[in-house]
Design a protein around this ligand. Sequence first.
Ligand SMILES: [Zn+2]
Ligand SMILES: [Zn+2]
Length: 247
Amino acid sequence: MDNATFYFQKIKSFILDVFFPIHCLGCQTESYWLCDSCLKKIKLRNQQFCPHCEKIITPDGRACFTCKNKSPLTGLLVATSYQEPLVSKAVHLYKYRFLETLAKPLSQLILKILQDYDLPLPDLILPIPLHPRRLRWRGFNQASHLAENLASNLLPEFVLETTAELLIRQRYTLPQMSLKNHTQRHQNVRDAFTITNQAKIKNKRILLVDDIATTGSTIFECARILKEADAKEVWAVVIAKRDYGKK
Ligand SMILES: [Zn+2]
Ligand SMILES: [Zn+2]
């Protein structure tokens, strides 16, 4: 999509919102894109797996005993399933129809899973970055909005630190979805990211945030360079994961 098409889309959705009121994706009630009662009906995952082997169930999504030493990622929490019809619909609209207002209900899912599993509080919340070119195309980074919502709601009356400038995407990569196998996805994101200020990472417990993980290669690559920069622990949280259990 070029810039003109992008703005046309934005204007179109603005006009649609004015003349045709918003209906909830679940119950069609005229209110929000995802009303509170439909949001509550979305089932959260009651099991979390080791993000490395994806086979062993671990109490809070941390890497299992066997994978612990080879995984730069301490653990990954997956909030819900992509098979939940409301989840796939909402994530799709959020990401491809540029509906920024969906960030709030979607970040509630992430917030709830973090609270359910009682993870240690992060020092820093980092969104998985977009390349500037893709950011221009989309107009917003879907992961940043989730991270900001999380940072301001994880603790009552305390806003955690989040910044989109600390971890950046220096190389333009193909969408992970367009690649067939794990090796290609791994190579696609290899060295795609860089850290702008290592001092801010050192000894910190970091929480990475993204909307959907495909195989997790992007998250692992970010965790790898954060660990290289001496992060103490790197956790990640996503709304859902595609093809869960397959590698
Ligand atoms: Zn509803
Ligand atoms: Zn494992």
